[in-house]
Design a binder for this molecule. Sequence first.
Ligand code: DQA
Length: 153
Amino acid sequence: MTEDPARRVGVVHGPNLNLVGDREPEHYGPETLPDIEERMRRRAEERGVELVFFQSNHEGELVDWIQEHRTDVDGWVVNAGGLTHTSVALRDALVASDRPFVEVHLSNVRAREDFRERSLLEDRAAGVVSGFRGDSYVLGLEGLLSRLRGDAS
Ligand code: DQA
């Protein structure tokens, strides 16, 4: 497995993702957020990458955290939850960070209600991974690291 140069990645979880594992398992799968984070942490360790995690149900707290960490991370893995479809502020914070980000979703947002098809993040994202439950985060991390290595444009 490729070792990446020392990197730090911010992992952002938006509203209601604290309930994953309990909440609508038919969409979001059986794993809890700590389970998913542990899997990401293991993959990151293999790659020599440090992860910093943050979950909030509050848009402003997410914006504050992204602003705070924008100079000490190399990129972001973001599941903005419902804010994906509504939040100009979150989009602006990620764009202002000037760091690449991958948008991830546990469920396949394209196979659900129409309002979930619209993302305010995707056109600025390095890529989008949707529908693989907890694996979406691990795949998103891999995609981001590949982007940071310059393997993907
Ligand atoms: C989600 C999809 C969103 O539409 C929803 O509001 C969520 C979770 C996902 O991971 O599939 O909260 O981002």
